[in-house]
Design a protein around this ligand. Sequence first.
Ligand code: IMP
Length: 429
Amino acid sequence: MANVTVIGAQWGDEGKGKIIDWLSNRAEMVVRFQGGNNAGHTIVVGDKTYKLSLLPSGVIQGKRSIIGNGVVVDPWSLLDEIGRIAAAGLAITPDVLVLAENAVLVLPLHRELDALREDAASQKIGTTKRGIGPAYEDKVGRRAIRAIDLADPASLPGKIERLLAHHNVLRRGFGAPDVDADGLLAALNEIAPKIAPFIGSSWRELDAARIAGKRVLFEGAQAVLLDIDHGTYPFVTSSNTVAGQAAAGAGVSPRAIGTVLGIVKSYTTRVGEGPFPTELTDATGEKLGVRGHEFGTVTGRKRRCGWFDAVLVRQTCITGGVDGICLTKLDVLDGFDEINICTAYELDGKRFDYLPADANMQARLTPVYETLEGWQETTAGARSWAELPANAIKYVRRVEELIGAPVSLLSTSPDRDDTIMVSDPFVDR
Ligand code: IMP
């Protein structure tokens, strides 16, 4: 099966957008399977930069693109994004985009609840306030409104009533006014005919692709350390971000997800709250942030930066199901005299070679570092191993050893062409 699944193997923002765009060149279908418009993918093609949030990256190359059932979809945001991409010269028609009929909708009341909670919380999660968590809660609470409901306007008043019976109680607890049911109905009825042409069946699209022998790329959002089960709970997103979710969130066999490529940044970043053992709050952290342009695509927030944490990535390769990694942003480490890699943690006199599950313990870990000699040459834009300085190659090889997964791809700039392929994820296994 020549499919590939791409996931983030740290806390997100590893550079998945570029790699997915690069891989989608050779795929015939691209599928999102979790998350929503909390994701932000930046794709640079020549002198054009595209910022995608909900749309699968395949749209940039006109590939059939599926928003799978595991995604939570803000329909207003989706239309805005389609409009912005159209203004940049790329028409997104139903020939290109399919929205799974059983995908759950993110409504204004979800965004409002997300913000009410974050603003009121003494211990914030630092969410994107896009309503992602509240929408997933309604999904598992079996009261959500789904894409297919837009095709059946007569069913909407009853569904809204059921949803608001839950939400209005919560809102009153925050001192917020009840939701205007008529206003929500009118808004959904207004948007329904604009979304309806895109609604289809994710599993049937994928089954047809399987029968036709088409190559499919499953596009993960966020990353394993933000996974609702395997991440740094409670400072996580509300979906499963591991590769296995590609099957459930699109409607395919677990065997259909193909080779799993974990995207890994050459150092570590995190947006939002939560533990981060190798975080650097000094000039070195600042330098990584400035050189790596570490500002969030979605919220514009400054990302926290630190050294590469091999303990975490070794663990996420296991829990995420990663076969090989793509190491990104190696050039940000150019010019450092010494580079640290975290190889273990210490806590209360004990050594850990994994991340303890307890959030209080996670917050108190001290990293144990191995120091490697840096390189002064530039690796930015390198397109072959031969162009890399010896110490950069040593760094990459040491990362591979420590995380127990091979480097399949190396990305040396945001540009599509600045990519070194060690093994082809669509072919090599
Ligand atoms: P939520 O997904 O908006 O609920 O936010 C939960 C946590 O996930 C917060 O720490 C966010 O900063 C983080 N998060 C969500 N989406 C992304 C992403 O695409 N990249 C990086 N962090 C993200």
